[in-house]
Design a protein around this ligand. Structure first.
Ligand SMILES: [Zn+2]
Length: 195
């Protein structure tokens, strides 16, 4: 059975616009994905031109669209697994950003120390910091979430501290974004006025 358009819209976190919904395309992101209900069935379009088959594959992967081999319970399980996986990815991304910021600061301090005092041991410390920064900055997907799992096991305290720092940074960035939106909304519109 195909899901109701509302159920699909909720699963994709689309926003209600008029009689339909709009938001990020499950395949390419952006904001040009629209969803409507026609004859009781969901009808969607990616206005950036994503392939219908690719969108269906992605909806199935997220447990939002049935496939023939799956029971509704299996689909629900898949949907939960996808949500959990996304939560893990977002958390790992927060951790990565905070870890890279801290390693960059250490790398800078090591560089200044080496430049001032010299000696192979200090320069070696600087290259070690640079290598550690690079190895974390380039992590992607499963590699990144596995690395966070590993860090939690071997360095639970500093990992928790970095995650807290990452969350604080994110809240700050969101607050700034809201402020900018409010400032733009408050700005008097001068367009169309005679000079
Ligand atoms: Zn698309």
């Amino acid at each position: 059975m195909t899901p109701a358009a509302g159920e699909l819209a909720a699963g994709l976190e689309l926003k209600r616009v008029g009689r339909g919904w709009r938001g990020a395309c499950p395949v390419h992101g952006g904001s040009s994905f629209t969803l409507n209900e026609r004859d009781g069935r969901p009808v969607w379009t990616c206005w950036s031109g994503c392939d219908r088959g690719a969108i269906l594959t992605e909806l199935r992967a997220r447990g939002l669209w049935p496939s023939h081999e799956e029971t509704p319970e299996q689909r629900e399980q898949r949907r939960r697994a996808w949500i959990e996986q996304r939560r893990r990815m977002e958390e790992a991304e927060l951790w990565r950003r905070a870890a890279v910021a801290e390693l960059e600061a250490r790398q800078q301090a090591a560089l200044e120390d080496a430049e001032q005092h010299g000696g192979p041991a200090r320069w070696l410390k600087w290259t070690d910091c640079a290598a550690a920064t690079y190895s974390i900055a380039r992590l992607k997907g499963d590699e990144l979430t596995r690395r966070l799992d590993y860090e939690r096991q071997v360095r639970p305290r500093s990992t928790a501290r970095l995650l807290a720092a990452g969350r604080a940074d994110q809240r700050e960035a969101e607050a700034i974004a809201r402020l900018i939106v409010a400032m733009i909304a408050a700005e008097p519109n001068t367009k169309g006025r005679a000079a």
